[in-house]
Design a binder for this molecule. Structure first.
Ligand code: PLP
Length: 375
């Protein structure tokens, strides 16, 4: 069996170093808000290219803390609108609604599968205070047009960088392109912890200070509470683990890029495509993945479930990102009537094939062979 994402095998790549730092945190007797977290925050800020990085409990909290901090700063208030892509993992949207803000869903472009920047302007209302872009699948969702729109309408640009650690756009890294970014270090991410962890990156000192306080019960001095905060802190073990894996992130992302390039070059089957529309877009067609770090390698097939079964029957595990779009979920009943055809087609046709740093050449050969054999 070729597993989709064998985390044990992936983390075995850093085995000796991980065991060393885990032991050292254990021996230190200091498990929260210590040197390991400080060190990782410093290294990650440097890596992303922002002045500040604040560790927190997970990626959902990172996005919520950014929005809560903007509310505390008076930049937005409950009831205001935040533009988000309709095609995303539900966390991006949940962060907005959990803060009492209103998510405004915008369809993706069928070419890039990212938020369609030509549809954003007409979604802006007097209540709009921010645009949240999501670098889905590890691909950059930022465009110069989005940057200009945010500037000219005075909107905050928030990046959901949960899936794109290390992705580059014009020499900058995602996570440094907007006003603030939320990162997830969920174990399956490109930079994955051994449990939950997240971070906020920003160049805005006031925002970073409030985010840090909000995630620490609203406190920056012991037993003095300035905000109605929560408990969302990165722990020392996760920070130490992430600091080790960060050293290998570029190398690991390069391996993902090489694997993706092989898929793009070698898979040739009109039933298997890189986009949702058009006949010419087989995997072989030239494909602009814009510096992707390939957190997910999505392919599209009208008979997706048959393809998934064919691959499983022949020993290749795949996943679907994601089977039900956010606006069709029970928890968002008020949107269930909406028709967002591109988002819906993506959810009906998407299949994610193995693409990670522990995948070997023989396994890639096998995946390619099977994709070409599907009828
Ligand atoms: C696009 C996106 N945003 C946010 C999150 C939330 O991150 P976490 O699971 O760490 O809360 C995830 C991943 O789970 C994600 O894929």
């Amino acid at each position: 069996m070729i597993p989709y994402l064998p985390l044990r095998q992936i983390n075995a790549l850093y085995d000796t170093e991980l065991r060393e730092v885990i032991s050292s945190v254990l021996d230190s007797g200091w498990y929260l808000k210590g040197e390991a977290t400080q060190r990782f925050e410093q290294h990650y800020a440097q890596y992303i290219g922002t002045r500040y990085c604040v560790g927190c409990g997970n990626g959902l909290d990172a996005l919520k803390l950014i929005l809560q901090a903007y509310i505390e700063m008076g930049v937005m208030q409950r009831g205001d609108e935040v533009i988000v892509p309709a095609n995303t993992y539900i966390a991006s949207i949940l962060a907005v609604s959990a803060c009492g803000l209103k998510p405004i869903l915008v369809e993706p472009s069928p070419d890039t599968l990212q938020i369609d920047d030509s549809l954003i302007e007409r979604a802006i209302s007097p209540q709009t205070k921010a645009v949240m872009i999501v670098h889905l699948y590890g691909r950059c969702a930022y465009t110069a047009h989005i940057g200009e729109l945010c500037k000219s309408y005075g909107l905050k640009l928030i990046e959901d960088n949960a899936q794109a650690h290390g992705c580059e756009y014009n020499g900058l890294r995602t996570g440094a392109l907007g006003d603030a970014a939320g990162h997830s270090f969920y174990p399956g991410k490109n930079l994955g912890a051994l449990g939950d962890a997240g971070a906020v990156t920003t160049n805005d000192e006031a925002l970073a200070t409030i985010v840090r306080s909000l995630g620490n019960y609203g406190s920056s001095r012991k037993y003095v509470f300035d905000y109605l905060g929560c408990n969302s802190r990165m722990d020392e073990l996760q920070a130490a683990v992430l600091d080790v894996k960060l050293r290998y992130l570029d190398r690991d992302n390069q391996r993902r890029k090489d694997i993706a390039a092989r898929y793009e070059r070698e898979v040739s089957n009109p039933l298997v495509r890189l986009r949702i529309d058009g006949n010419e877009n087989t995997v072989r067609a030239s494909f602009e993945s814009r510096g992707s770090v390939h957190h997910i390698f999505p392919i599209f097939c009208e008979r997706r479930d048959d393809l998934q079964k064919f691959l499983a029957d022949n020993g290749v595990e795949t996943q679907i990102h994601y089977p039900i779009p956010p606006h069709k979920q029970h928890c968002f009943a008020e949107w269930n009537h909406l028709s967002l055809p591109i988002t819906e087609r993506i959810h009906a046709q998407e299949l994610s094939i193995p693409c990670h740093q522990a995948l070997n050449d023989a396994e890639i050969d096998q995946v390619v062979k099977l994709l070409n054999a599907f009828r």
